[in-house]
Design a protein. Structure first.
Length: 255
């Protein structure tokens, strides 16, 4: 009986010890600090919103009230946008031609003013593009890309507007300046130019010009100044697309 009693006592003591050990090693409530590495990784992702971050960290504990994840600022260096644009441009060229596309040539680079001129001859396209990056005080940005066809006379086409989403450029032209509106002004300009024979000269006529200095897009009848590197000078300004630097919006003002 003494031996049996000691065996039971030892057995019960052993079970109690095991139970205590399990409780201390995680059998109770989860320690919120165990997912600290996951929390740090989620915080560093600039595309994760506060609500998404909270859902992703359910197992890591709730965020303290009023705490918000830092929001990454969009780049204001136009070259960052150009790298994304040119990658998509070359992919489209290769899809159309079935051959490896060449890099276009950046002939004008004004990083401080957010402006580029891109010659497309090396890619097999007769013409060039101009690019302007607008950056607002609220942290938002918009990229404008204006195509200029040449053959041999150069002319301006329509502007495509983009906003940066992650690592892609989202086309927002219809929100900023719809293509039909751009084409309407072009047609109106061509009609007005018929009354002046000088607009029939190469390089003269209706032009849209993206700003290298300032923020306003200008449209109207222009003539080349042969004494100033054939720079376009508006003789009849028809419209302006004015930029609101406060909130990254545009407003069309017709003259």
């Amino acid at each position: 009986m003494k031996y049996l009693f000691n065996t039971r006592v030892i057995g019960l003591a052993f079970i109690a010890c095991v139970f205590a050990c399990l409780t201390a090693c995680g059998g109770g409530d989860k320690d919120n600090n165990t997912d600290s590495a996951d929390n740090a990784d989620t915080t560093s992702k600039t595309t994760t919103t506060t609500s998404e971050s909270s859902n992703n960290n359910t197992d890591a504990g709730k965020e303290s009230e009023g705490e918000q994840k830092p929001v990454a600022k969009l780049s204001t260096n136009i070259e960052d946008y150009y790298k994304i644009w040119v990658k998509s441009f070359k992919a489209d060229m290769e899809k159309q031609s079935g051959q490896k596309a060449q890099d276009p040539e950046v002939s004008v680079k004004d990083i401080a003013n957010g402006f580029l001129k891109i010659d497309l001859v090396k890619t097999g396209v007769m013409g060039y593009n101009t690019m302007t990056l607008w950056a607002a005080k609220n942290g938002k940005t918009t990229l404008g890309v204006l195509n200029h066809g040449c053959g041999p006379i150069c002319f301006s086409g329509t502007i495509t507007f983009y906003e940066l989403e992650g690592e892609t450029l989202k086309n927002v032209t219809e929100k900023v300046f719809p293509v039909k509106e751009q084409e309407r002004l072009q047609k109106l300009g061509y009609e007005k130019s018929k009354s002046d024979k000088e607009y029939s000269y190469p390089g003269n006529g209706y032009w849209t010009i993206l700003p290298q200095n300032g923020t306003t897009v200008k449209m109207g009848l222009a003539k080349e100044n042969t004494q100033n590197n054939n720079k376009k000078e508006f003789k009849l300004l028809m419209a302006e697309l004015q930029y609101n630097v406060a909130d990254n919006t545009f407003k069309l003002v017709e003259k």
